[in-house]
Ligand binder design. Structure first.
Ligand code: GRF
Length: 200
């Protein structure tokens, strides 16, 4: 029996992708287990997702750790404590510290609600992404799962889905149109990474 890969989810908001990753992990084909949810926001919706599934929730931020070095040390200690092997960012708005990127390079994934490399980078999160896509007039948007590097949205893209923008005409409609595809794609890619890690 293969030991499931230990995954930590980092999230700042409502946690619908976290929920999708956790739900997939309960399926027989899942090769990973979500052992920890880290958030920089103590009141984020994802806290209740964690609670519902009995997954430890840890709030780490400049509020809990005003000293940046102490913050990185606490994050690292927490990841080690849960023997985390893969990290999945799911609507995480804080930059992952370079020391953590270095230690987990190639093992940190992120989901982005558009077709990278366009519509990514600093400030391109949440509704801003969909507003930019609509402004561009491009007929397609999509979902990208990529590896995390030191800069926002720059790592290699592992998988993408292309989705027609129409019939959405507002950023809110587009966000709602893209979200179910995020929930489909992200667990599959995470599971594939777990498979590669376990060589099975
Ligand atoms: C998702 O659209 C994700 O692609 C982006 O942030 C949003 C998070 O939503 N990175 P949720 O918290 O997973 O519901």
């Amino acid at each position: 029996m293969v030991q499931p890969v230990h995954v930590a989810i980092f999230a700042s908001g409502r946690g619908s992708n976290a929920e999708a990753l956790i739900r997939f992990s309960q399926r027989p084909e899942a090769l990973y287990r979500v052992v920890l949810i880290v958030s920089n926001n103590s009141t984020a919706g994802v806290r209740y997702v964690a609670q519902q599934h009995g997954i430890p929730f840890v709030h780490l931020s400049s509020v809990t750790h005003p000293d940046p070095e102490a913050y990185v040390a606490a994050l690292r200690t927490t990841l080690h404590q849960y023997a985390v092997e893969l990290i999945a960012l799911a609507g995480y708005l804080k930059k992952v510290p370079p020391a953590i990127v270095q230690e987990y390079r190639g093992r940190i994934l992120n989901i982005h609600p558009a077709l990278l490399p366009k519509f990514g980078g600093e400030g391109m999160y949440g509704i801003h992404v969909h507003e930019a896509v609509l402004r561009s007039g491009e007929p397609y948007t999509g979902v990208s799962v990529h590896l995390v590097e030191e800069e926002y949205d720059t790592g290699p893209v592992l998988a993408q889905l292309r989705i027609p923008v129409a019939p959405a005409t507002t950023a809110e409609e587009l966000a709602a149109r893209v979200l179910p595809y995020e929930h489909e794609l992200y667990p599959l890619v995470l599971n594939q990474c777990a498979r590669v890690l376990r060589r099975c």
